[in-house]
Design a protein around this ligand. Structure first.
Ligand code: SF4
Ligand code: SF4
Length: 225
């Protein structure tokens, strides 16, 4: 059995080309059958500025392809990190970048990646409902590894930094963003069903109705190059 430290895990995530890595202890395991899986490693990759610039009033084909590639990249990073943790004798479960609990619960996954990322001090949840990284804004994709390997948070939790901005609410063609800060009880500040319905009705031919990107493109925290 290998020995493995949190620092080595962070270094491996960086070697695997993650742009962000953090860790935290969750209030409880999101997997009822595995209550000790209450530690999370949060990883993120930054999306391309050039690709985001191709989004106007609709997503672009290059954005759709880039989004899927970023998810694949993240899944590989989380998969490798989970394998290393299990080689060290712990349990580890990679949670896919794009997750759903099926037809009966399409807008939720095992856990929101943004919950782990926020508790890891990597950023905050904006009025758009998106996770905003302290370094890259919302132009990031996330994945998570759940584990029973004790991990601690190394960065302080960051407060919401949207201020008076409502750019995402104004730009959203579906009217799905309420323009409110996320509440502490985790209640959604946007209507996921409205967002999804709009994408399916209007962007079927571009991103198979599963991507949009407008609220990412307009966010001033992204500072596109
Ligand atoms: S992805 Fe598009 S439709 Fe959905 S909330 Fe963002 S701007 Fe609105
Ligand atoms: S567009 Fe403005 S309000 Fe929306 S998430 Fe970005 S900073 Fe926050």
């Amino acid at each position: 059995m290998n020995t493995l430290t949190q620092e080595q895990l962070f270094a491996l995530a960086n070697e695997l080309d993650a742009d962000m890595v953090g860790s935290c202890e969750l209030p409880f395991s999101p997997i009822p059958e595995l209550p000790n899986l209450k530690y999370a490693l949060s990883v993120g990759v930054k999306l391309s500025d050039a690709v985001l610039k191709t989004i106007e009033s609709a997503p672009s084909f290059v954005y759709f392809q880039h989004y899927r590639t970023a998810n694949t990249r993240l899944d590989q990073i989380a998969f490798t990190l989970a394998r290393e943790i299990e080689k060290a004798g712990f349990l580890a479960m990679p949670i896919a970048a794009s997750q759903s609990l099926g037809k009966n619960n399409p807008y939720n996954g095992v856990l929101p990646h943004k919950t782990a990322a926020v508790l890891s001090g990597l950023g905050f949840v904006g009025k758009s409902g998106l996770f905003l990284s302290k370094d890259y804004g919302s132009k990031v994709r996330l994945a998570t590894v759940l584990t029973d390997m004790p991990l601690t948070s190394v960065y302080p939790v960051i407060e919401n930094g949207c201020g008076n901005c409502t750019a995402c609410q104004t730009a959203c063609p579906a009217g799905a963003i309420y323009g409110a800060l996320p509440t502490a009880d985790g209640e959604r500040n946007f209507d996921a069903e409205k967002c999804s319905r709009y994408m399916k009705e209007h962007f079927q031919d571009i991103g198979r109705g599963s991507v949009c990107g407008i609220c990412i493109k307009v966010c001033p925290k992204n500072k596109l190059n």
